[in-house]
Design a protein around this ligand. Structure first.
Ligand code: PHE
Length: 358
């Protein structure tokens, strides 16, 4: 055969091959048959390979010419078998669909889009309102020095105030002891310590959102919860600005009709100190079950930064004034989203997280 081709390569034969393959590939019934067909036409022992091997016996001109034709034929055959394979696959799929119980016309399963956890949502809103009041958000660690959480905030060593916040202890190491922070106020200490040495120190206008931990667990207390803290320090900055800022915050958060009031209170790190109430968001101050008929909801602690705190953090209390406040995010969220039980925030029921059951 190769002798014959030497003088006379047969382009005609290639056409015939292609014709045969076209007919046969249109008739194959299975992938198995197709595989056999492929190897018959394209395999090592196939006719195309034999023709390819015979190329070496041709004159250069004829070799180039016939070689090109061979390549063309190979590509056409490959194409043909590819088409046949797709046909077989879709036939198989159709058969499978026909024979199974699958109802391809049934409506799809709806996956609701993800959405932020309600605590995250409320936290973001609180942060954004305080940003508009000019407080820049900063973050401190949740595992904190006991010293920053209590001592430098003017909690006396054996003072009962320490028991106000039942503490998780992490590592006992003298004045470097570590605890889980019980409030976000140690971020005040961190900011003051850092800026005491800075070149341009004033004003300080920060907020500190984050997780806090206390040994506590019932319908209104969780061992982990969230707070947001505000701190402003300047040469002159006091009660009027504190009050105006909280007034702005609660109006933006609960609605323009919201009023606030300050009641005298005690925190070791502020003097004077106040509990901040907002008019009840359920009854607009008329009195209801939620506010226990008082018309007011207790929502924040606040006050003027205690001179001892300035001193403990490297500042001269004669030269600066400041104010601070702190509040619990869960409480804000419960009131805003009308969630009766604090524990629903941590149970992660999908119906709750998707906002269907509150
Ligand atoms: N840290 C206080 C608490 O957790 C709240 C507070 C912050 C009070 C700042 C006054 C000033 O209860």
């Amino acid at each position: 055969m190769s002798r014959a081709l030497q003088e006379n390569p047969k382009p005609q034969r290639l056409m015939e091959l292609l014709d045969e393959a076209t007919k046969e590939s249109a008739a194959v019934k299975s992938l198995h048959e197709l595989r056999e067909l492929k190897s018959r036409f394209l395999g090592k022992k196939g006719e195309l390979s034999r023709l390819l091997a015979s190329l070496k016996d041709l004159q250069p001109e004829a070799k180039k010419d016939f070689g090109a034709k061979l390549n063309e034929t190979r590509r056409a055959l490959e194409n043909l078998f590819q088409v046949a394979e797709s046909r077989l696959e879709s036939e198989a799929l159709e058969k499978q669909l026909r024979e199974s119980d699958l109802d391809a016309s049934a409506p799809g399963v709806f996956f609701p889009p993800a959405q932020p956890h309600p605590i995250r949502e409320v936290m973001e809103e609180a942060i954004s309102i305080l940003e508009r009041a000019g407080l820049q958000a900063i973050y401190g660690p949740e595992v904190e020095f006991e010293d920053y959480c209590f001592d430098r905030l003017n909690f006396q060593k054996d003072h009962a105030a320490r028991d106000m916040q039942a503490t998780f202890f992490v590592k006992s190491a003298g004045d470097r002891s570590l605890i889980l922070r019980t409030h976000t106020s140690p971020v005040q200490v961190r900011a003051l310590l850092k800026l005491a040495k800075a070149e341009k120190r004033l004003p300080i206008r920060i907020q500190a959102p984050g997780r806090v931990y206390r040994v506590d667990d019932d319908a209104t207390h969780a061992p982990m919860f969230h707070q947001i803290e505000g701190l402003v320090v300047d040469t002159q900055s006091g009660m009027p600005e504190l009050r105006a800022t909280l007034d702005y915050f609660f109006r933006k958060f609960f609605g323009e009709k919201t009023k606030i009031r300050f009641r005298p209170s005690y925190f070791p790190f502020t003097e004077p100190s106040a509990e901040v109430d907002a008019s009840c968001v359920f009854c607009q101050g008329l009195g209801c079950k939620v506010c226990k008929q008082s018309g007011w909801l207790e929502l924040a602690g606040a006050g003027l930064v205690h001179p001892n705190v300035f001193q403990a953090c490297g500042w001269n209390p004669e030269e600066v004034q400041g104010w601070a406040f702190g509040m619990g995010i869960e409480r804000l969220a419960m009131l805003k989203l009308k969630i009766p039980d604090l524990r629903s925030f941590f149970e992660n029921r999908l119906s709750f997280l998707r906002g269907r059951v509150r």
